[in-house]
Design a protein around this ligand. Sequence first.
Ligand code: ACO
Length: 322
Amino acid sequence: IRSVILGCGSYLPAKVVTNADLAQIVDTSDEWITERTGIKSRHIAADGELTSDLAYHAAVAAMEHAGITANDLDLIVLATATPDNTFPATAVKVQARLGMTRGAAFDLQAVCSGFVYALSVADNFIKAGQAKTVLVIGAETFSRILDWNDRTTCVLFGDGAGAVVLRATEGAGTADDQGILSTHLHSDGNHHDLLYVDGGPSSTQTVGHVRMRGQEVFKHAVVNLAEVVKEALATHHLSADAIDWLVPHQANRRIIEGTGRKLKLPAERVVVTVDHHGNTSAASIPLALAEAVNDGRIKRGDLLLLEAMGGGFTWGGALVRF
Ligand code: ACO
């Protein structure tokens, strides 16, 4: 049994915040942000608009695209580092709002790698025969955990959500068959202090804010992403030119271009949304996927390489025949 992506969808809050808007709040400039990150604008959730709201709208779009209803679903895996509440899981709020009454729903936390982790977990549920139709969501409201006085972090992130529907399909599949070919997960808890939130229910009983040593995160990201991409390709004895589209986590244009260059992929085969989404953490890959599918760039049968790296550190990749 393997997992096929039946459909995908996404949702962005209406409010757009430009670099010029941010320059009104902190000592920064459009020039600095553009040059260092490639980000020009990001979407920010309205007051009262929660991660579960963004997730719900992305889920509905993905289910419409897949041509299924909530009755077809037997599992929801929702990746987020910014849940509505400490508990219950944001996934069960989405489950209730979709009107899904059977099966299970849970959250998964791997920060910016969350979507790749969630895809891997869902794929393994399907392979194990424990689920047939799975909604995988990445949804974040990072704006709520940013220190809006810290120019080194608050300019980097945005809010949003993306989702895919996976369906169990007979056959193990070859690299030419449609579906998830493989997923590759890694983590290393030794680098906690390079990227973390300085709060939480057990430690400070507060929510806390994102803290990051950007340059060091950058160096680790470049190395870890190169390794996981190599691992994914080697698993299938594929060379990089077999890839139709690199759909990377959108943290920084320089990291994305670095990975693309290592793979010798022309820029036209790399999906970039960081310029208008910023870093939406677990939402960035499904947002990028939905955008490129909706505008006709990604077509059925294309080979996609997804990759991400985030706090933990966590990192991972997935090869998918769309
Ligand atoms: N506006 C203006 N100046 C700024 C800003 C800002 N928003 N932020 C920092 N600066 C200043 C710094 O204070 C510093 O000034 P100084 O030289 O006087 O001390 C100068 O700009 C250079 O700062 P650096 O941190 O060295 O800049 P760098 O080129 O490393 O870029 C950045 C910083 C964009 C954060 C980069 O390191 C990066 O993208 N790192 C990856 C981090 C990341 O993407 N994390 C997301 C989560 S993990 C992931 O998804 C991969």
